[in-house]
Design a protein around this ligand. Structure first.
Ligand SMILES: Cc1cc2nc3c(=O)[nH]c(=O)nc-3n(C[C@H](O)[C@H](O)[C@H](O)COP(=O)(O)OP(=O)(O)OC[C@H]3O[C@@H](n4cnc5c(N)ncnc54)[C@H](O)[C@@H]3O)c2cc1C
Length: 488
């Protein structure tokens, strides 16, 4: 089934507990901090369900239609179709939704492509975890659900022995009770982007656990409205700007990040995928295409943002009358080269696809991690280049766009702030957009997101290290060294 926006909004009005500071939000679809973003996600669901988008956004199986990001790819053509669907979603949101509905869905689709991995760790209580994974995959694609994930322990709580030495329970989420019906969870997980707007959250462990962290090693799915689950949202950024003109992105695309706090949360066994297995709880992301598929989405999402950034750089240079200056053209050329480079990295992932014994394929893992690293290394620098092109432009503007509503102030504003090419209002709209993307609190949250969404930089580089063909690369050196032993 392909949900409509209306159906999506109805389902997330489920009495979920969301906190903004001490305020309890009763309905995320109407609260001023979240309503615009909720409507934006609803519009995305409508776009996806639009019959005109049928081929681009969905596929058919067994007489039913499903969102394309649930497709288990079996050919290069399938991979290209998946990328086109990610691209449509990323373009819709200008690459500003790190965890749009296609992100965690891609991760879980990848997990379900090798369900046998979930039975490889000594299943407990006679549970058939692979079956839980397959059933969950079938259900969430049938119901077209939006999943978020929280797969890290909270900061500062990663060494259980430090807590134990002070006789305190680590705050990280763990199984505190289990019986024939399922497990009970208590504790906290970091950091569920998009969860305020999602149907369910996946709890898991992307960081390796110590062998002693048996009870922390649970992987499961929780509907956000489950009794005992509370989302502690960070400061909403959608309210920072007075109007849409003052924050055209932050007012619409704040996906929100939340800590997930569980107090005596009951989870039935059929929603548990890994239990009492520290090694397996992380290995599922590596031994299946889960991590590859979610982070390919991240690449496509970043590409959309990069296109916006490069377009913005050019518009700013034009607005300031600097577009034709050779040094400015050089900067724009450099940015254009980076965008083209990134586009090539995404295309290359299809060309270098990898095949699984199951008949499935996934994009080239190395090229995907290289693209993650490229984004991590370059995003802040790109933003800095564009801020440099802006000069003091953003600070020439009045405090907010309300001057446009006052005829006398609007007249003065137009006569002093307009340029030969642009009206004052056009400049205001452009520079407000630029600051929203490059200098605001929303922009800084994005900067942090691009630095950390896969993990800290050393983790990203470790993925690149792990999959590099070292034998082949070192062999090149060995060949020359061996040849150098021959007479000249
Ligand atoms: C905006 C945002 C959204 C996020 N969304 C999600 C989400 O949807 N789901 C989810 O599960 N997680 C999410 N995360 C969490 C993200 O995965 C983590 O932030 C990331 O893995 C880094 O972990 P950390 O924040 O605990 O930082 P830490 O691991 O504490 O690292 C902090 C700093 O210390 C350095 N450091 C720490 N240990 C070492 C070491 N051994 N060697 C060298 N340097 C070290 C790091 O490089 C880093 O600079 C999000 C994070 C952000 C910022």
């Amino acid at each position: 089934m392909l949900r409509t926006g209306k159906e999506y909004l109805e389902r997330i009005r489920d009495g979920r507990r969301v906190l903004i500071g001490r305020e309890r939000v009763t309905d995320v679809t109407t609260h001023p901090a979240f309503a615009n973003a909720a409507r934006m996600y609803a519009a995305m669901y409508d776009m996806k369900a639009d019959p005109a988008q049928r081929e681009r956004m969905s596929f058919e199986e067994g007489g039913e239609r499903f969102s394309l990001y649930f497709l288990m790819p079996k050919s290069r053509e399938d991979l290209v179709r998946r990328t086109a669907c990610h691209r449509a979603i990323a373009d819709f949101s200008h690459g500003l939704l790190g965890r749009s509905p296609d992100h965690v869905a891609s991760s879980f689709t990848g997990l379900a492509m090798k369900p046998e991995v979930f039975d490889s760790g000594g299943a407990s209580r006679n549970q058939k975890f692979s079956q839980h994974v397959v059933n969950f995959y079938k259900r969430f694609r049938r119901e077209d659900l939006f999943l978020a994930y929280a797969i890290l322990p909270p900061q500062g709580a990663r060494s259980p022995e430090l807590y134990e030495s002070r006789d305190r329970q680590p705050p990280t989420l763990r199984v505190t009770k289990e019986d024939d019906s399922g497990v009970t969870l208590n504790g906290m997980k970091m950091l569920a982007t998009g969860a305020v707007f999602a149907d369910e959250v996946i709890i898991g462990n992307i960081l390796p656990l110590a062998p002693s962290q048996v009870k922390e090693s649970v992987t499961c799915a929780l509907p956000i409205g489950t009794p005992g689950v509370t989302l502690w949202a960070r400061k909403p950024l959608s309210l920072s700007a007075k109007s849409r003109a003052d924050g055209p992105l932050s007012t619409m695309f704040d996906e929100t990040d939340s800590m997930v706090v569980c107090e005596d949360v009951k989870v039935p066994w059929e929603r548990v995928f890994v239990h009492d297995d520290p090694e397996l709880s992380r290995a599922i992301y590596i031994r299946t295409p889960g991590h590859v598929m979610s982070n390919h989405q991240s690449n496509v999402r970043f590409w959309a943002k990069l296109r916006l950034l490069v377009g913005l750089a050019s518009k700013i240079a034009k607005s300031n009358g600097a577009h034709a200056i050779p040094a400015v053209r050089e900067t724009l050329g450099r940015l254009a080269a980076m965008e083209a480079c990134y586009a090539g990295m995404i295309e290359g992932q299809h060309q270098g696809l990898e095949r699984l014994p199951t008949g499935h394929v996934h994009v080239n893992r190395r090229y995907m991690y290289a693209a993650v690293n490229y984004a991590l290394e370059n995003h802040a620098g790109i933003c800095d280049l564009i801020r440099t092109l802006m000069g003091g432009g953003a600070f020439q503007l009045p405090a907010d766009s309300s001057v446009l509503e006052d005829p006398e102030l609007a007249r003065i504003f137009e006569s002093y702030w307009s340029t030969l090419e642009q009206s004052a209002e056009e400049r205001l709209r452009l520079f407000k957009l630029a600051w929203d993307l490059l200098g605001s609190e929303f922009a800084m949250r994005h900067d942090q997101y691009e630095k950390f969404y896969v993990g800290p930089s050393f983790v990203v580089r470790n993925y690149n290290f792990m999959y590099a063909p070292w034998d082949e690369l070192e062999g090149l050196v060995d060949g020359i060294v061996a040849a150098s032993a021959q007479p000249k």
